[in-house]
Write a new protein. Structure first.
Lengths: 118, 112
């Protein structure tokens, strides 16, 4: 019962390099999200997706791109990494339906990906 | 715009004492409300949630929260704090079909 899986869990980049974070969920959830967490800032929404093939901007989208080609996967890309993007990134998913103990809108989180940009 | 405010950045409580963490939100409709806990280096764990109905919600680890519409608040409480409760706590708010908006968190320290 994997839930939400993020890869990689740790990564160090140099300024200007590119990379992609992968989020995979096996709960057939319609919605997926990418958040970043920084000290004293809580979690801030970067981008989200309400279904396969759709994406939308969140609170802090600049410098990031996303894609949702398959329902179960949500990719977060950094085309040219900057030190300001050093953060812990969390992926989450949710369903639009109530199922079992989870209500519509309840988020399930991955364990996080720690990214350092030098 | 939607917002969530956790007024206390850091709280220290003696072990065995009671705890209340404050959360206020700004929202048009009745939102979905959540409290999450995060231990150092870990992901987020859902403590409890409110969608509708009884305004006093019971969660895991002995936590409860009360939704007060008149005060736009969803404060988290625990009658007796244990040292293992030391962590960061996040209040979050959403409307159906929208993304969760998080507060900036409250760090709880437990003294012996």
């Amino acid at each position: 019962n994997a839930g939400v899986t993020q890869t990689p869990k740790f990564r160090v980049l140099k300024t200007g390099q590119s990379m992609t974070l992968l989020c995979a969920q096996d709960m057939n959830h319609e919605y997926m999200y990418w958040y970043r967490q920084d000290p004293g800032m809580g979690l801030r929404l970067i981008h989200y997706s309400v279904g396969e093939g759709t994406t939308a901007k969140g609170e802090v989208p600049d410098g990031y791109n996303v894609s949702r080609l398959k329902k179960q996967n949500f990719l977060l890309g950094l085309e040219s990494a900057a030190p300001s993007q050093t953060s812990v990134y969390f992926c989450a998913s949710s369903s639009t339906r109530t199922s079992g103990g989870a209500r519509s809108g309840e988020l399930f989180f991955g364990e996080g990906s720690r990214l350092t940009v030098l | 715009a939607q917002s969530v405010t956790q007024p206390d950045i850091h709280i220290t409580v003696s072990e065995g004492a009671s705890l209340e963490l404050r959360c206020n939100y700004s929202y048009g409709a009745t939102p979905y409300l959540f409290w999450y806990v995060q231990s150092p280096g870990q992901g987020l764990q859902l403590l409890l949630k409110y969608f509708s109905g009884d305004t006093l919600v019971q969660g895991i680890k002995g936590f409860e929260a009360e939704f007060k519409r008149s005060q736009s608040s969803f404060n988290l409480r625990k009658p007796s704090v244990h040292w293992s409760d030391a962590a960061e706590y996040f209040c979050a708010v959403a409307e159906a079909g929208t993304a969760l908006i998080f507060g900036k968190g409250t760090t709880l320290s437990v003294s012996s």
